[in-house]
Design a protein around this ligand. Structure first.
Ligand SMILES: NC(=O)c1ccc[n+]([C@@H]2O[C@H](COP(=O)([O-])OP(=O)(O)OC[C@H]3O[C@@H](n4cnc5c(N)ncnc54)[C@H](O)[C@@H]3O)[C@@H](O)[C@H]2O)c1
Length: 342
């Protein structure tokens, strides 16, 4: 629909509320702006006041326009403020080590008040303790907390995260990273029990973790960002590897994120998936340490000619968790340097 026609309709039609799910294209344009936006005092580009406003407003070009008309308005860079998680609370499953721990630490560094790592390891790992001690010494002294839990136990996960909500009185961020990759097995003989085990952790466990956080986000009404850790293996298949259960589970996580995003968007709860490529962790070490030729193979499949480091997910998780990504939901972010295999 032509934009001027939309504007004409806006002056005669009541504002449409955003509902969860997909909006038809034309009404999508209409719902971006409200009728009360026809204000003669608006000095910004165009005459429409946006339906949603950044918590840091005015930012960007809007801030420049304010500075132009208001001599008391002091120009200040806000881009890094958008990434700040000041006083926020979150959970990270699989946070005892590997990518989960790296992302939990990132959230603490970005300003969170407390990040709870949920993991099946009975006791925190040595590296987890080192990270806890490190972040506690940062200026804002965030807490890294540990919760021993099996993410496949739905009620236990819900209850544990409710207790966190009772204690912290808010819930803002969830990273569902707990996952397993089993030894290779011929697809035609893949045992039912093992398939169910992988799906139980990588799919059910991710759902239960996201549910647990989402229930607290709804309870406190503070919106929130949920990041489901999928994998490039959810979109492509690792040629030469017999990983049918893992690949299938990661595809399910991609669709879970889109589905949850549509259901929860109206409450301001965003859900995205993050799909790493090969990164050296305990999970991939079981292959790389026993079959060294795989390092060359996996590296050669990557446009950058190498596999990733755990710290290379820091920027993207900080962005997804923060107000720097407030219009991003139902998306999959591939952090793999490009497409591997098929
Ligand atoms: N490393 C990679 O190359 C890579 C690539 C793509 C996706 N991923 C995904 O990233 C996530 C993290 O993987 P990683 O490489 O850090 O592996 P990792 O094995 O180092 O970490 C996985 C963590 O999940 C925990 N966990 C497993 N089962 C659990 C359960 N039932 N309940 C609670 N915790 C449980 C483990 O104890 C471990 O701490 C996984 O979902 C994995 O599939 C990893």
């Amino acid at each position: 629909m032509h934009f001027t026609k939309v504007l004409r309709q806006l002056s005669t039609r009541p504002t449409r509320q955003l509902t969860s799910g997909t909006l038809p294209a034309a009404s999508g344009i209409i719902s971006l702006y409200s009728r009360r936006s026809f204000s003669s005092t608006t000095i910004s580009r165009g005459s429409l006041e946006p339906q949603s406003v950044s918590p840091l407003a005015p930012i960007g070009v809007e801030a420049a326009l304010r500075a132009k008309t208001d001599p008391n308005f002091v120009p200040k860079s806000k881009i890094f403020d958008e990434f700040k998680l000041t006083d926020r609370v979150g959970i990270v499953s699989g946070g005892a080590r590997g990518l989960g721990l790296e992302m939990a630490m990132t959230l603490c560094e970005a300003g969170a008040r407390a990040i709870y790592c949920l993991d099946i390891h009975k006791r925190p790992t040595e590296e987890w303790e080192a990270v806890r001690d490190f972040v506690a010494k940062l200026e804002h002294g965030p807490r890294l907390e540990y919760v021993n839990i099996d993410v496949t136990e739905q009620k236990a996960v819900w209850d544990a995260v409710e207790k966190i909500g009772n204690r912290e009185k808010r819930m803002d961020v969830c990273v569902a990273a707990a996952g397993v990759l089993k030894p290779e097995q011929d697809v035609l003989g893949y045992p039912a029990e093992e398939f169910a085990e992988v799906m139980g952790i990588n799919v059910d466990g991710v759902l239960f973790t996201a549910q647990a956080a989402g229930r607290q986000m709804r309870r406190f009404g503070n919106k929130g960002s949920i990041v489901l850790i999928a994998s490039m293996s959810g979109s492509i298949t690792n040629h030469g590897h017999a990983w049918v259960a893992y690949n299938t589970s990661k595809s399910a996580v991609l669709q879970m994120a889109r589905s949850m995003a549509c259901e929860l968007g109206a409450e301001g709860i965003r859900v995205n998936s993050l799909s790493p490529g090969h990164i050296y962790t305990k999970m991939t070490a079981q292959y790389l340490d026993t079959k060294p030729h795989l390092l060359d193979k996996w590296s050669s499949l990557n446009p950058l000619g190498r596999i990733g480091r755990t710290d290379e997910v820091r920027g993207v998780v900080a962005w997804l968790a923060s107000d720097a990504s407030t219009f991003c939901t139902g998306s999959d972010i591939l952090v793999s340097g490009g497409h591997h295999a098929w």
